[in-house]
Design a protein around this ligand. Sequence first.
Ligand code: SF4
Length: 368
Amino acid sequence: MQMWEKLRDPETGRKLAGKVRELAAQVCDRLGRRLIFMEVCGTHTMAISRSGIRSLLKDYLELRSGPGCPVCVTDQADIDRMITLARLPGVVIGTFGDMVRVPGSFSSLERERALGAEVRVFYSPAEAVVWAEAHPSQQVVFLGVGFETTAPGVALSLRDAARRGVKNYSVYVSHKLVPPALRALLDDPEMRLDGFLLPGHVSTIIGCRAYLFMEDYRMPAVVAGFEPNEILDAIRELLEMLLADRAEVRNAYAHVVREEGNSRAQKLLSEVFEVDDAYWRGFGCIPQSGFRLREELAAFDAARRFEIPTVESRVPPGCACGEILKGKLTPKDCPLFARACHPTHPVGPCMVSSEGACAAYYRYEREV
Ligand code: SF4
């Protein structure tokens, strides 16, 4: 059987699921309690909900979503600043689709578009540069949202715009870095976790080595792929480590992720960005957890190019997105879940994003 066939083979999945349940029962017996693992990737959250893995293992372990959805972790103040930018005359906001419906404190990009603002969904930042070049009388501001995975595309667009002299292109930089957020979770004395499923896509860029600091916290962690069989396999590795009393960073996605990551992408990122403190929804400021543009590219920084009036930001009353992103609550703990908040009327970003925990639970795990 070819590797890709094995990844999707139902019989392999059944055997793996049986093995995982058996191991989980042994670990629970030994510890005298259920386990809690956290997945730190919105695509994992969706795959776990869609495949039923969460309910399959619920007797032994809880799979909790962490800060793995890029739209969801974007701080409310940043959302408000993006909406404020959309209101400026002559500004065209370029973005990926999910950002458009995220509610800010006073509006959303979707609402501003209905009121006449120009908000365009681009498939890539490169497309936004091309569009800017063809429309020199407009100022195109691309929203740089996402983790280490999307930042290289934005970096390339900036390098391209600088090289071609596309002066009406800029980026509102709100990129986030995953390892500092993991450290923030591990430093939280209230956090009770037994292991981490690490994000496959981000790891292709930063490599497994970037997580080695987790071993100092004695926290087992495994980089996982996205097929249900790959996720089960990563959970199996976590359970085997717990049984053997080991706490290592392992790679269960080795056919895609290398120890050292993608050095070309890393070089590109360091040429365009500098690491900086960043604000995350729910966490507040996490030191050295984001990017800012290097000084030589400051002219392409939308936050510097435009005077963005200050607005008072507030998270939607009752919305528990911040606590969900920290793994302290699940979507079903939010009193608004599936009542005041649902996909057609999202109150917080976790219900908007296609990688949000609330959207995943609503779609696949809602008891009707
Ligand atoms: Fe926020 Fe809605 Fe999720 Fe509640 S259900 S945490 S209001 S997004």
